[in-house]
Design a protein around this ligand. Structure first.
Ligand code: SAM
Length: 341
């Protein structure tokens, strides 16, 4: 696909498999104040700050994506709320909400900084956020996150709810770690008026431990939960890969994100931008496009839009994650914190 002149004149971005690309996830920093065992090694080397796109550059690049048909923007990381002045970027991007070009700006966060920022987020036009939380047990929380403070996250969740933000809890299912607790987490989240989604561990980046030990197929978890709860399929969609069921006992919704047991690539509508301006067309593949160079060498947004279109023309059909006992190597070398979960 090529466009000339004004990026807004081109039609929506359609990839080679006929999927419209309307969703951009932006990792605004690779840094995080937690060190979750399945996500990072404790001793991570982060990018030098000089490699990062400035907030102005992120705004410009996101705005070209919006002009090219992206209607939903999710900021992630690393931990997005540890990026200095992130609120400036969100307030800038909110002009696209006002114009109607963007449907929503959302955030995926570990919740550690929410007490401080919840009010400002709501004020800037953010309506819903995802909070990642893998346990309700403070000691286990510390073991999983290594550095996290459970009380702070709970206070953050309360602050976000008080600010009027709609919350969804994302829980990575970890065999032998939190799998027996998921039913309690569902009761808790639903009791607080929040949806909960469970996620399969994906083999991304070197960590200190062995991933095959942690991997729990959600088909197994679902079968176990079916002994406790009455679950009926739900048509609910949030534009993401989660598939939902309604739980009769709690009246709430439970989502499943199953990249390994059930490949959801056929409906993929998204691409992922890193904080250095690299665009990944698939979470589970290595092919990427460098957008930082055109961003820095041209003042012409049409040229940037052309670089984006060229990248979309290379979006693969899907990922091929496998968790394989014969190989200890991750399927994708980069950590989730680089591309954003
Ligand atoms: N710091 C933010 C947070 O905690 O939500 C945003 C970034 S974090 C990388 C995004 C999500 O990816 C979190 O829910 C985290 O649990 C999940 N995640 C990280 N590594 C993962 C992996 N290897 N497999 C599955 N989920 C992973």
């Amino acid at each position: 696909m090529s466009i000339a002149g004004d990026p807004q004149r081109a039609g929506p971005m359609i990839d080679p498999f006929g999927r419209a690309i309307t969703y951009l996830r932006v990792s605004v920093t690779d840094r995080c104040d937690f060190r979750c065992v399945y996500c990072m090694a404790e001793n991570m080397t982060f990018l030098p700050k000089s490699d990062l796109l400035t907030l102005e550059e992120l705004d410009r690049l996101c705005s070209v994506f919006v002009a090219r048909g992206v209607a939903r923007l999710r900021l992630t990381g690393g931990e997005p709320l540890v990026r200095r002045n992130l609120m400036w970027l969100i307030r800038r991007l909110a002009r696209h909400l006002d114009s109607g070009a963007l449907d929503e700006i959302t955030l995926t966060t570990n919740g550690s900084q929410l007490s401080r920022f919840a009010g400002e987020l709501a004020d800037a036009g953010v309506r819903r956020i995802n909070v990642s939380l893998d346990t309700l047990k403070p000691d286990l929380f510390r073991q999983i996150t290594r550095w996290g403070d459970f009380g702070k996250v709970m206070a953050g969740i309360r602050a976000a709810r008080d600010a009027g933000l709609q919350l969804k809890i994302n829980t990575v299912a970890l065999r032998g770690v939190n799998d027996t607790e998921i039913a309690d987490m569902i009761r808790w989240a639903h009791g607080e008026g929040m949806d909960l989604t469970v996620i399969e561990t994906m083999p991304m980046g070197d960590i200190d431990g062995d991933r095959t030990e942690q991997y729990l197929p959600l088909s197994l978890l679902r079968a176990r939960l079916a002994q406790t709860f009455t679950m009926t399929e739900s048509g609910h969609r949030t534009g993401g890969p989660a598939r939902y069921v309604e739980i009769a006992e709690t009246g709430g919704r439970l989502g499943f994100i199953t990249p390994l047991t059930h490949n959801f690539c056929e409906s993929c509508n998204r691409v992922r931008l890193t904080c250095t301006g690299t665009l990944y067309m698939c979470l589970g593949q290595d092919d990427s496009a460098d957008l930082r160079t055109p961003l820095r060498t041209t003042g012409d947004d049409a040229e940037l839009a052309r670089a984006i279109d060229e990248a979309i023309s290379r979006k693969p059909r899907g990922h091929d994650f496998i968790i394989d006992r014969r190989s200890s190597r991750p399927a994708v070398a980069r950590h989730m914190s680089v591309t954003g979960g």
